[in-house]
Design a protein around this ligand. Structure first.
Ligand SMILES: NC(=O)c1ccc[n+]([C@@H]2O[C@H](COP(=O)([O-])OP(=O)(O)OC[C@H]3O[C@@H](n4cnc5c(N)ncnc54)[C@H](OP(=O)(O)O)[C@@H]3O)[C@@H](O)[C@H]2O)c1
Length: 338
């Protein structure tokens, strides 16, 4: 297939290229795009060198699949143009996810939604929601989900390279003090917060994204996207999204109320055998980083309510949370002969 990677110079784009090569996606021609800032840079792909094109001036004829990770504003403008030129766009941004004419797909859960792509655009869910979709779908299929209550622990790389650089800057300013035994972090003088609303080093911030009413954009994404992917518009969902000083790997603490009574051993078995999920007792972001599987663990009965189950889930936000899922969608389309 003729493939275009848009946002090829970014974090997700970089992982996208690794995953396309690792999974031996059948590529005849590969083109790489970014903004004018990076046009002309030369990137390596599977032993070849490819020059990055400026997506604002390029011509897109001949592309079959366009993997987008160039941010929502660019996607809003560019995806219809690239789709019009004949490619199926698989978009990682939030731009199209809730459009009723755009399937929002996690292949392990709702690959059948790819049977209709009216706008030529398929959306990839946000990286936090993605981590638990297969696990929640598995529980829903057996016992029925009634309510999901979650808190997230989101890595700085979820906020793009800017987020990683901001955390790195703060660490660099205090590398030695942070590694010493410091009881009062407030005594440390960090650079002014820039990307995040507060210092992220030695801290946690109960605010991710932007404010929309009383919720944050990240919280609304989790609520709305979970419902759309699971096909459960009636699902009760409550979430608080928190940014933590972790480079890569989004975590979630979840309590779910089920429709029918469950046995704990059976719940562990169902979660462990959900596609793309691996069970481990104490899952951490460091374990998940670089892994294609999402990890679930700390599975236990929640005794504060009937038919309630608590567990912890972790996934690599750049792999399954973005690039891997997009490539898996492309693989589905290739099998379907798109
Ligand atoms: N990070 C995650 O965990 C994650 C997970 C899921 C989805 N996403 C989504 O994926 C997208 C990229 O995230 P990221 O973390 O890879 O960000 P990033 O590292 O900051 O990279 C952004 C990429 O987009 C390109 N770009 C920016 N503005 C552009 C413009 N006006 N025209 C064309 N290209 C432009 C950049 O090119 P230049 O080099 O030219 O600046 C770069 O290649 C975002 O929509 C994000 O929400 C991210």
């Amino acid at each position: 297939m003729n493939v275009g990677v848009f946002g090829a110079t970014g974090q997700v784009g970089t992982v996208m290229l690794e995953i396309l090569a690792e999974r031996k996606f059948p590529i005849e021609d590969l083109r790489l795009f970014a903004s004018s800032r990076s046009a002309g840079r030369v990137l390596n792909f599977d032993g070849r060198t490819i020059t990055v094109e400026d997506s604002a001036t390029a011509v897109f004829d001949g592309l079959d699949i366009a993997l987008f990770s160039n941010g929502a504003p660019t996607s809003l403008e560019l995806a219809p143009i690239v789709a019009q030129a004949g490619a199926v766009v698989i978009d990682n941004s939030s731009a199209w996810r809730l459009d009723p004419e755009v399937p929002l797909v996690v292949p392990e859960v709702n690959a059948s939604a790819l049977s209709e792509i009216p706008k030529g655009i398929v959306a990839n869910p946000n990286c936090t929601t993605m981590v638990v979709m297969s696990a929640l779908h598995a529980l829903d299929s057996v016992w029925g989900l009634r309510r999901v209550v979650a808190s997230t622990y989101q890595a700085v790389s979820g906020a793009g390279l800017e987020g990683v650089r901001a955390y790195q800057r703060e660490l660099d300013a205090h590398g030695s003090s942070l590694s010493a035994l410091t009881f009062d972090g407030s005594a440390l003088d960090f650079p002014a917060a820039s990307v995040f609303p507060a210092t992220i080093a030695a801290n946690v911030i109960p605010f991710a994204g932007s404010l929309v009413g009383n919720d944050t954009s990240e919280e609304l994404k989790f609520v709305n996207e979970s419902r759309k992917i699971l096909g459960r518009e009636d699902l009760l969902v409550s979430v608080t999204c928190v940014r933590v000083p972790v480079f890569t790997g989004h975590s979630l603490s979840l309590t779910v109320e089920l429709e029918t009574e469950y046995e704990l051993d059976a719940a562990i078995e169902v979660l462990s055998s959900a596609p793309g999920v691996r069970y481990c007792e104490v899952p951490t972001p460091l374990m998940a980083a670089g892994s294609d599987e999402c990890l679930v663990g700390r599975v236990r009965r929640d005794n504060s309510a009937a038919r309630s189950l608590s567990f912890f889930a972790v996934g690599d936000n750049l792999r399954k949370g973005a690039a891997l899922n997009a490539v898996q969608i492309a693989e589905c389309l290739e099998r379907m002969g798109s």
